[in-house]
Structures are given as structure tokens and as C-alpha cells.
Write a protein that binds this ligand. Sequence first.
Ligand code: SAM
Length: 233
Amino acid sequence: MKNHWDKYIQKWKLDNIPVKELSTFEDLLLEWNEKINITRITSPEDVEVKHFLDSLSIFSLSELAEVKTMIDIGTGGGFPGIPAKLYRKDLKVTLVDSLNKRIKFLDEVIRELDLKEMETIHGRAEELGRDVKYRERFDLCVSRAVANLRTLSEYCLPFVKPGKYFLAMKGSDYKEEIEAGKEAITILGGEIIRTEEILLPGDILHSLILIKKVKKTPKKYPRAGGKPKKDPL
Ligand code: SAM
């Protein structure tokens, strides 16, 4: 695993990559993936680059140093939430997914790796975001490969404390996503403060869109009944 890391550790100013724990996580992921569908990425090399390294790229943003609580919406097999927790043990992490079999897998990972201050929730973002237990409670809401930025902003911004962050992990077409999503972001109380391109091995271009919550999200959002997806803002 190690040979992927050195260049990126330097470029993103990371330190102490938890190689041993990531390797245990990789074993569990590949083992469970044979029984239940968790990820389409199945070779160890691809898991390490497209899941682990990509997840850790969020820490290239200096703003994340001040974050203490994080919620990962549509985490699937735990991306970016599990590698993030392994890298930053002090982070309090909440993983959310609407598919229970993936939540069961994540519970097993948390048990095996003995991770503290970490919880999983089986539920839908647009419902949890209306619940006072979760609404405006997190320093960071992060999400990768769940929905386009318009829909995703309605899923994610309600969880963020005013003054804190929503981080959308996107692909190479992020400029179009921003163009289509900027109005929704404003309505929901957000403001884009920074975008970063992330170049992974194999010339894979990803991007990070960092949004600051500058105002509280109006009470009527997120809308129920699948509206954020069917009829995005
Ligand atoms: N974030 C992971 C990754 O990048 O590997 C998983 C991405 S997977 C393509 C999308 C995940 O989002 C699925 O596990 C799905 O169950 C979950 N999901 C989709 N819509 C959701 C919603 N409204 N609330 C919670 N989870 C959702």
C-alpha cells in the first residue's frame, strides 16, 4: 500500500498515514464485497487509490484542521468517513446511508477496528436533516458520489452549524456542477469559498468544493418525499 502514498503525503501535507488499519479495512471490504454489493472497485490497488487516497485528499484543505464533528452522507462502504476517522482519530464521525446492508458492514468495521466516537445511522439525508438531533449540529458535512450538487446541497447543508462547512467531493466536471448548483447553495445558506483540483495516480482528476454556511438553512428545507432529487432547487 505504501508506495502510493509518499508523493501525496508531501503534496497534501499529510502525516502518519494509518497504513495498518487501512489494510485491515481493505481486507474486510474485499471479504464482505464478495457477499454483499458494497463497491464496484475490487482490486487492492484500485481500492487504495480510488477509495483510500481519494478519501484522504479532503485533508489537503487547511480548513479541516479546525473541524471536530463530521457527518458523511451516503457513505456506502465508508467513503470518505472511515479513512477520515482512521487518519484523524480525534474526529467524532457519523456515517449515514439509506441501505441497511452497508450500515451492517460499517458496524462490523467499527467493531473490528475498535473505533470510538463513531456512529452509523440507517436513514435518508432528507429526513435526518429535519431532525433536531442532527440539524445544524456538525462542523463538517461531507459527501462523495451521492447526487448532483443541487440535490446534494439540500441533503447536506441542513446538517452544518452556521459558520462551518459542507464539502462536496466531485469529479472533473465540477465547474458545470457549480454553475447549476450555485443558486440552490445560496437559498440553503451556503457560499462557495474554495475549489481544489485533486489529481490521483493514473491522471484521475477529482475536485473538492468547499462551502461555508453563512446563514441558517430556512426551516422548509430539506423537503420531504424525494423532492430534493425529483425537483432540485
Ligand atoms: N460515498 C460512497 C463512495 O463514494 O464510495 C458511496 C457512494 S454510492 C454511489 C451512493 C450511496 O449513497 C449509496 O450507498 C446509497 O445508498 C446512498 N444514498 C443515496 N441517496 C441517499 C439519501 N437520500 N440518504 C442517504 N443515503 C443515500
